[in-house]
Design a binder for this molecule. Structure first.
Ligand code: PMP
Ligand code: GLN
Length: 387
């Protein structure tokens, strides 16, 4: 009967995370590919989820999310960024940030509408734009500093631009967009009357005193900005899939209309637990960033010692290294061979790019792992230098 998959989803096969996590399992290699921590988040949050299950909160939560979580999200935005958010009309709880991205793009884009994004991009962006029948227009962030290139960004905008899909702090580069870069992006969005959809899931995983600037705080931008985040990264609970979006009520309503028919609702008993976690003290937020910063340093030193050129990240779980000095000329091929070469799994950056040349030998490593795991990975990677 031929290929049953719709044409617009061909080319999205199996995600690189599934392929590389499978490779790690089958070879016993250390998995620095898919970004998930190997320790749990705050115990009080875990206990709150157990309590929610034990006390019978096991049926459908309200479609927009349980009230205490929507209130906690609004309070979090006020506390950290001074943003005033109405928890009843301007917040929507989703099945992770992934569903928030899908609900917004499917809710705002007509077929043929253009979506501007930076590459390398998080893999769900390209697939979701394709699902919506949208057209992806990208601007390349180039190794090693990944600065915004004004000319190519301007060229990506057109009269068909419906929205710009931004991600700061950025996966996979670990970049935090600067004030000047955000000002440029925002002025282009205004000029083209486009929405800004900003994925800020790594908002709290920022190092060296760098400042994450939420797009919604840029003067005049709140009225055209939809902000997305998730509990997965901040509270080391990627499997809970509790995400959210907030923005102007009419945009949230558009996303809600779509979201009703994606999952309707998800993660019932985890929602009150995340509400509790969002209200924890600054020490909880600081601890996760400072622990990750030390892990970043450990892995960056190890990758450098292994002979790679490293772009030291200011945020996130990830570091990009260039494997060209090791003789690699194709990142995907290098990653498929890495378990046999030294017992480590990573992901090639080219799978997140349209411009293959810009990322040909770049490889992403995740450092959100226990120190003993990272130390062993560094020891194994060290054997590459001797080759
Ligand atoms: N956006 C980015 C940039 C991510 O890295 C991830 C996952 N790591 C997501 C969205 C998806 O988040 P969630 O697991 O909450 O769906
Ligand atoms: N966001 C995670 C990463 O970039 C992976 C999530 C997934 O497997 N889809 O590694």
């Amino acid at each position: 009967m031929g290929n049953p998959l719709v044409a617009r989803m061909r080319g999205f096969g199996t995600t690189i995370f599934a392929e590389m996590s499978e490779l790690a399992l089958s070879t016993g290699a250390i998995n620095l590919g898919q970004g998930f921590p190997d320790t749990d988040g705050p115990q009080v949050m875990l206990d709150a989820a157990i309590e929610a299950i034990s006390s019978g909160r096991n049926q459908y939560p309200p479609g927009i999310g349980v009230p205490e979580l929507r209130i906690a999200i609004a309070e979090h935005q006020q506390r950290f960024y001074g943003l005033r958010v109405d928890p009843d009309r301007e917040v929507l709880v989703t099945a992770g940030a992934t569903e928030a991205i899908a609900a917004v793009i499917l809710g705002l884009c007509e077929p043929g509408d253009e979506v501007v994004t930076f590459e390398p991009y998080y893999d769900s962006y390209a697939a979701t734009i394709a699902l919506a029948g949208g057209v992806r227009r990208t601007s390349v962030l180039r190794f090693p500093d990944f600065a915004v290139d004004e000319a190519s960004l301007r060229a990506a905008f057109s009269p068909r631009t419906r929205l710009i899909l931004l991600n700061t702090p950025h996966n996979p580069t670990g970049k935090v967009f600067s004030r000047a870069e955000l000002d440029l992006i925002c002025s282009l969005a205004r000029e083209h009357d486009a929405w800004v959809v900003t994925d800020e899931v790594y908002e709290h995983l920022v190092f060296d005193g760098s400042a994450h600037i939420p797009v919604a705080t840029v003067p005049g931008m709140a009225e055209r900005t939809i902000t997305i985040s998730s509990a997965g990264k901040t509270f080391s609970a990627t499997g809970w899939k509790v995400g959210w979006l907030h923005g102007p009520a009419e945009a949230v309503a558009a996303a809600r209309t779509v979201k009703q028919f994606l999952t309707y609702v998800a993660s019932g008993p985890f929602q009150p637990a995340v509400a509790l976690a969002l209200g924890l003290g600054d020490d909880t937020y600081r601890a996760v960033a400072s622990s990750l910063q030390a892990k970043r340093d450990l892995l960056c030193e190890g990758l450098t010692a292994a002979g790679m050129t490293v772009a030291r990240p200011a945020a996130t779980y990830f570091v990009i290294a260039d494997a060209a000095p090791l003789g690699a000329n194709d990142g995907l091929d290098f990653c498929r061979r890495l378990p046999a070469l030294c017992g480590v799994v990573a992901v090639p950056v080219s799978v997140f790019c349209d411009d293959q040349e810009a990322a040909r030998t770049l490889v992403r490593f995740a450092f959100c792992k226990r120190d003993e795991v990272l130390n062993e990975a560094v020891r194994r990677l060290g054997s590459l230098a001797a080759r």
